[in-house]
Design a protein around this ligand. Structure first.
Ligand code: HEC
Ligand code: HEC
Length: 211
């Protein structure tokens, strides 16, 4: 499975990224290649581990693109091939292009993320969410610009779990200069090994917009 997806990453890189987006027309269509990986409406694509980006907030989008560009995310291909793939996309974007992306995504903002249907107990997850996550991610998982978080209800269930695991081992947030991610890394490291993240994923999945 791992080998297969690495080959797919390579295929995507060679096939699409070498067609340099900088020379595309100056219209919103110049970003449609984002959906080659992130799903036809930005709903996410588990086959290549690309999450939903349709409902992402402007500040969070820009900050995450900067994190890849600065190699806070995606710097280690063998530990994090999905992150490395996105790093190479982000490093090709100019700052003007960065600004255009949010307009390109606007028509898709109510598109719900697609889920893997992983097992989890949503009622248990709600209790854990309210105790452990809501202070920073909002009572309804809506996120907070001030606390530098984004809505978790727009995320794919599998991406919630994979991000959680990356924060745990420091693949994401290991660098103290990446302050918000580092905060999440320290928080996750302090949780017990058997923390029921799948239950939280099932709870947040049940709150997905327009299911
Ligand atoms: C070659 C495939 C590919 C293309 C093309 C691509 N992405 Fe990604 N993107 C990914 C993958 C894989 C991830 C998950 C990486 C990880 O786990 O760190 C990702 C992650 C992201 C994230 C982080 C989301 C989050 O909540 O953590 C953002 C934002 C993003 N991509 C935006 C874009 C935009 C905007 C474009 C078009 C300019 C784009 N991507 C094009 C593969 C791609
Ligand atoms: C002390 C505040 C704080 C708490 C508590 C917290 N988070 Fe976070 N979380 C953050 C911040 C800040 C970010 C943005 C980090 C970054 O830029 O990578 C984040 C990011 C995330 C992301 C990545 C989302 C994405 O689209 O990239 C996930 C998933 C997540 N948190 C899940 C949780 C869960 C589940 C809990 C409860 C078990 C939780 N968080 C508790 C502050 C917090």
């Amino acid at each position: 499975m791992k080998n297969l997806s690495s080959k797919f990453f390579l295929f995507i890189s060679l096939g699409f990224l070498s067609a340099n987006p900088i020379h595309a027309q100056e219209t919103d269509d110049e970003y449609s290649y984002c959906f080659l990986c992130h799903g036809a409406s930005g709903q996410g694509n588990i086959a290549i581990q690309a999450p939903a980006i349709a409902g992402i907030s402007e500040s969070y989008l820009h900050r995450q693109l900067d994190s890849y560009r600065n190699a806070y995310r995606g710097s280690d291909y063998s530990a994090d091939p999905a992150g490395a793939e996105m790093l190479s996309v982000a490093q090709q974007l100019t700052s003007a292009q960065n600004e255009g992306i949010i307009n390109f995504l606007a028509p898709y903002k109510n598109q719900s993320a697609t889920h893997s249907g992983l097992d989890g107990d949503a009622d248990e997850g709600k209790a854990h969410y309210e105790q452990q996550c809501s202070a920073c991610h909002g009572n309804d998982g809506q996120g907070s610009d001030i606390l530098m978080t984004d809505a978790l209800t727009n995320l794919n269930d599998w991406y919630l779990v994979s991000s959680f695991n990356k924060y745990r081992d420091g693949t994401r947030g290991g660098n103290p200069d990446d302050t918000p991610a580092h905060q999440m890394h320290l928080f996750v490291q302090a949780l017990p090994e058997d923390f029921p993240i799948n239950d939280i994923a099932a709870y947040l999945r049940s709150k997905t917009i327009s299911q």
